[in-house]
Design a protein around this ligand. Sequence first.
Ligand code: MN
Length: 398
Amino acid sequence: MADAPLHVVELARLSDTGRVRDHNEDRAYAHDELVAVADGMGGAAAGEVAAQLAIRAIRQLTGPIDRASLRAALESANTAIRNTAESDPTKAGMGTTMTAVAVDDGTAQIVHVGDSRAYLWRDGRLRQLTDDHSVVGEMVRRGTITPEEALHHPHRNVITRALGADPAVEVDTSVEELRDGDVLLLCSDGLYTEVDEPEIAAALAGAASINVAARTLVDRANAAGGSDNVTVVLARIGYGPQVGADRPDPSGTTQEHPILEAPREAAAPAIGARVLEPVGGSRRRLSRTGLLVGAAVLVILLIVGGAWWAVLRSFTIQSSGGTVWVDQGIKLGPIDLTAPWQDTLVPTTAVQNGSSARTLGSVGGEGATVRSAVSLVWTDGMPQIPTLAAAGSTKTGG
Ligand code: MN
């Protein structure tokens, strides 16, 4: 290789909520010669807290950065995430992926946990530098399924390693010698599950700059469905001046938060969001003359609306076909008003194996209710089938 030092000469970073999720639990970092992507998971806002803690550990590194210091940062993030989760029950079970690359003297120092990815784009071709720590990633490596089958596998969201999952985290490390013109791509699964590798390579080859490439990749993920948060970090390697503090970074990458967010269509209203709010107390305002009719109408509305609300807002955990399902609806004696509603993709076996399964998988769909249902399963190891009803659903008119 040439003696002149290779540097990161251009950086781009873009994170987007996507078209389905209601908030972004991905976090990214790109500054000087250090890049990272974290894809958080957990109920409420916990996923983004976990991802943020991981990014913070990376960001606090100073001096020469190598695999050892990166690994130590991930291990301290693992501890920080677990401590935070322990002290705040609303964050129990939170976790995050982390893929980070430091470029040092023309060498990429890579650390990795989870199913986010680092790729090397060289001479128009894309090569994955990291192994996915996921159920399907391991099946692909064993040759049980093809990478194409992995993209549609029902357990494609189930990861086998995460920061925050266990007291000790196993961190993959590797090195890669870089060349002039190489581009490092770090991404969350929201990119590669929507955009296949030839298309990613084509977007990089056809872009006027890596900022344009980042925009194109995120747009394509959203055009393909945008089913998940999508995050892309790009670093171009060359002999030019290093990206640094001397000039403003055009991508604004010194901030921790996503800097560009695509305009997002309003999230689809949750099932049941349009039903009547409970109206307890309003009947006292009815006049005596209107009492008879008004009370009758109100009681009917309460019974019908309340029952409808209760059916729609009640969720039940079931094991079906090897994974944990959330069913919607209730059972009224012999009347079964439930229907399969959402596959959590959490394997039943993982749940029954105890607490290490807590951060396996991420849950899409109607946020809080499902997450709390699933966290109950995770917490209790499914000793029984809990029925969850959203607040306000107790007025069933009975
Ligand atoms: Mn994701």
